[in-house]
Design a protein around this ligand. Structure first.
Ligand SMILES: Cc1ncc(COP(=O)(O)O)c(C=O)c1O
Length: 385
């Protein structure tokens, strides 16, 4: 019989020395513009999802402090025991009202929300038809569910239609994202919604990267494209500058999750102070047209000035501007070269992205200045030579 240690060392050996070996590095701190390493080095940060810079917003920080004074620092249990306070309730109501749903339910992360929703909803005879580039948290939940998983071609409604045309004994859940996390492109939500509706399927949209950024008062990709999926996932680790997530749905579906979603029932809820901070972040987002405009200006500036690079940019018009390199080793080397120039741009490698599509995932935020972007562009130009 193989020992645990032999088994782990075999699997580590398979990966060690390859370009897929993952490393973490403890930083001193970071925000939407800078990252400081423990050795005191300052980098321009082009890998953060803190798109509006709210992680450092003084009023959001003050709200968290005030919440901690009032409630302490932890929730003390799952929402079904002691962990559902007036702060959680107020945030849920605020989110539901803002996004036009009857109910919002808080989860501790986007990963947990996607797992908690899919695991609770799907039964054996059902099927999930998901965009093939959907986030790992959606795909993993779908693979572990008893339902059949089918993947449609990325952002391709014709491929979705072909899958929907095949018969299924149970219910169908169509899954996609508002803005794709590794490519930055946007789903054609209007066509996808029509197809889902015409076949009696439900649509679940994970708008982790669109919420706060698009639509009136930052209501996200669905609002922008004038659709209302049965299940909307919003996460708080990106434009909100915090962490956590919410599921938006109707009354009956929310009650179903309260009864059946194991992530809600068996996990300690987020600290009430965090809910207070999230309420303030939501207020900042709703009033954040100026921040959104700064972000859009930065995106347009980057794309305009990047046109003469030898790398072609993708079609993404969002804050996520990947530069596809292809080869893993070359991508890592370019990321290291950027680091030597005090630019923090992470290499994203398979299996996070598909084989041969390793990339520098550049993210822009409202906090970057045009001079910051000029420094980035100059470094990218250096690759040409
Ligand atoms: C599209 C998408 N969904 C879900 C998640 C997971 O959210 P969280 O970081 O809150 O777990 C992420 C990323 O981190 C994401 O990009």
């Amino acid at each position: 019989m193989m020992s645990w240690s032999d088994s782990l060392s075999r699997r580590l050996a398979e990966r060690r020395g390859t370009s897929l070996w993952r490393r973490r590095q403890a930083h001193q701190s970071s925000n939407g513009r800078h990252l400081y390493t423990s050795d005191g080095q300052q980098y321009l940060n082009f890998s953060s999802n803190d798109y509006l810079g709210l992680s450092q917003h003084p009023e959001v920080i003050a709200a968290w402090q005030q919440g901690a004074e009032q409630y302490g620092v932890g929730s003390g249990g799952s929402g079904h025991v002691t962990g559902y306070t007036s702060a959680h309730h107020a945030l849920e109501q605020q989110l539901a009202e803002w996004l036009g749903y009857s109910r919002a339910l808080l989860f501790i992360s986007g990963y947990s929300a996607n797992q908690g929703v899919i695991a609770a909803l799907m039964e054996k005879e059902d099927r999930i038809i998901a965009d093939r580039l959907s986030h790992a948290s959606l795909m993993e939940a779908a693979m572990h569910s008893p339902a059949q998983l089918r993947r449609f071609l990325h952002n391709n409604p014709i491929s979705l239609k072909q899958h929907l045309g095949k018969s299924c004994a149970g219910k169908t859940l169509v899954v996609t994202e508002g803005v794709f996390s590794m490519d930055g492109d946007c789903a054609p939500l209007s066509e996808i919604t029509q197809m889902a509706q015409s076949t009696g399927s439900w649509l679940m949209v994970d708008d982790a990267h669109g919420i706060g950024i698009y639509g009136d008062e930052g209501r996200g990709s669905c609002w922008l494209q004038n659709v209302k999926p049965e299940i909307l996932i919003v996460t708080f680790g990106k434009a909100f500058g915090l962490s956590g997530a919410a599921v938006l749905c109707d009354e009956q579906t929310a009650e179903y999750f309260v009864q059946y979603s194991r992530h809600l029932i068996y996990s300690t809820s987020m600290p009430p102070a965090q809910a207070v901070a999230l309420s303030e972040a939501t207020r900042q987002i709703r009033a954040g047209d100026e921040l959104r405009q700064r972000l859009q200006n930065n995106i347009q500036y980057f794309r305009r000035e990047a046109q003469n690079l030898s790398f072609s940019l993708t079609d993404s018009e969002t804050a996520i501007q990947p530069v596809i390199i292809g080869n893993n080793e070359r991508c890592i080397a370019l990321s290291e070269t950027m680091k030597q120039q005090n630019l923090w741009v992470k290499a994203i490698l398979p299996p996070t992205v598909s084989p041969d599509s390793a990339r520098l995932r550049i993210t822009l935020t409202a906090d970057h200045t045009q001079q910051d972007i000029d420094v980035l562009l100059e470094a990218l130009r250096g690759f040409d030579r």
